[in-house]
Every structure is written in structure tokens, then in C-alpha cells.
Ligand binder design. Sequence first.
Ligand SMILES: NC(=O)C1=CN([C@@H]2O[C@H](COP(=O)(O)OP(=O)(O)OC[C@H]3O[C@@H](n4cnc5c(N)ncnc54)[C@H](O)[C@@H]3O)[C@@H](O)[C@H]2O)C=CC1
Ligand SMILES: O=C(O)C1=N[C@H](C(=O)O)C[C@H](O)C1
Length: 246
Amino acid sequence: MTLRVAVIGAAGRMGQQVAEAVERADGLELAGRFDVGDDLGDLGGADVAVEFTVPGATLANVLHCVEQGVHAVVGTTGWTDESLGQVRAALAVHPKVGVLIAPNFAIGAVLTMRFAAQAARFYESVEVIELHHPDKVDAPSGTAIHTAEVIAEARRAADVSPAPDATASALDGARGARVDGVPVHAVRLRGLVAHEEVLFGSPGETLTIRHDSYDRASFMPGVLAGVRGVVDRPGLTVGLEEILDL
Ligand SMILES: NC(=O)C1=CN([C@@H]2O[C@H](COP(=O)(O)OP(=O)(O)OC[C@H]3O[C@@H](n4cnc5c(N)ncnc54)[C@H](O)[C@@H]3O)[C@@H](O)[C@H]2O)C=CC1
Ligand SMILES: O=C(O)C1=N[C@H](C(=O)O)C[C@H](O)C1
């Protein structure tokens, strides 16, 4: 059976590549390209919509998909417990619809988060550095926020003490943002695409886990796996790891 796929945010960096990847993929057909100002309507009769827009628009777009009975695969950042709760409430009214929201569709980024969660309980110190192209509008990245959250969760579960830090005075921002207690630093540099380093330290050793997306092609296998997987997953799924069975 051929799945019809609409792309929302189709004029953007991700949206353009997703539309091309859908056109090339076996068993998928592009149902329509939508961008700012377009009437989403019935999404061109799509079975699944892929959404890569901006944090301020994504919730309304996803709620529209759910109300139309269209499954959604969402990569846009900016999700909160509150906005995820609104999606869950909409899905309760449309129980056959699936929504997958993933902070990162690159397989290596998903593995980085998994490995970081595994390592978290063994080290005194941990910091996250994310590095991106300078056209990115949000900081820190959704991936870095999610990485810090899974690390913090693993450290709490293992009763690890807060990381040592003797800093007594600092310029604003010098120690990064705290996400669930984990320092997160954001770099914006022309030439980069999407990169993340997780640094762990204990007496006498450090562990660095690094992932690099050099091209947005790195996100496409994950997006297509999400499109194929979401139709059999009613309700809300957060994170590609669920689809990959990690
Ligand atoms: N989960 C993942 O693997 C990835 C997530 N992202 C995230 O995806 C989002 C988009 O990233 P890019 O494509 O680089 O941004 P971009 O700025 O190149 O594209 C965003 C597109 O959305 C459109 N747009 C804005 N408001 C809209 C609305 N209300 N309805 C429809 N279209 C609308 C814009 O006109 C633009 O064409 C960001 O939040 C980014 O962080 C980016 C790469 C990978
Ligand atoms: O804006 C980007 O480019 C990316 N955004 C996502 C994020 O904020 O984590 C995923 C990836 O890092 C690329």
C-alpha cells in the first residue's frame, strides 16, 4: 500500500529535503507541500504529514493534523510538557491517529542520547555542548535539552551527587544554561550543520561522546522510518528510539 505524505514547512532547509526523500522513497507518494500562509485543509488527502517548521507554529499544525485524522511525524523543536499534553488530549478524541515527535532523526544522535544515559551514573561531572549553523533560531538545541534531561534522569535514579563546580563568580552565560541541573553550552558557527558533544569526567579520566551531522541527508532515514512506523502507532510517541526498538 502506498502512503501519501504531506510536508509542512516544505520551503525550509529540512522540508525541502524531506519532500525530495519522500519522492524518491519506495511506497511513499508526496501528497503536497505546505509552508507559511498556506491553508493546510485536508493536507492534500495525506495519510501522514511531516512537520518541520518553527517552535511557535508546530503545536497548531500538529493539532490540525490530528483533527483531520492525519498521522504526524514532527521534528520541530520547542515542545514542553504543556504542549505535549495538548497533543495527548487531542489524540484522546482521535484514538486511531499517531503522532511521533523526535528531537533528532539522525541515528547517531539517537544513539548518543542512549549512550549518554548509560554512562551518566558512572561519572562525577557532565556537560553538554551543542554546535549548529548560525541560522538556527533556538538555543540550546532540542536534542541538547533532551540529552541533558535523560542524563539528569539517570543520575537521579542512581542517586549521583550534583557535579562539582567551585565557580564563585562568572560572566553571564559563561557556565552555559542549566537544563535539569546539567550545564548546556550552545555554539553557532558558519560551516556547521548539527553537532553534539557529551563530556563526562571522574578522577583521572574523561569520556567524550560526539555526534556530527555534516549534511541534512543524515536525518532522512529516520524521518522515513518515522513515516512508515507512525501509521501503526496510535497515540503520542516521543523519540525515534521507540520506532527503532532501541
Ligand atoms: N528533529 C530533527 O531531526 C531536526 C529538527 N530540526 C528542527 O526543525 C525545525 C525546522 O528547521 P529548518 O528546516 O532548519 O528551519 P527553516 O527555517 O529552514 O524552515 C522552517 C520552514 O517552516 C516554515 N514555516 C514557518 N511557520 C510556518 C507555519 N505556520 N506553517 C507552515 N510552515 C511554516 C518557514 O517558512 C520555513 O520554510 C527547527 O525547529 C529545527 O530545530 C532541524 C533539523 C533536524
Ligand atoms: O535546527 C537544526 O538544524 C536542528 N535542530 C534540532 C535540534 O534543535 O536539536 C535537531 C538537530 O540538532 C538540527
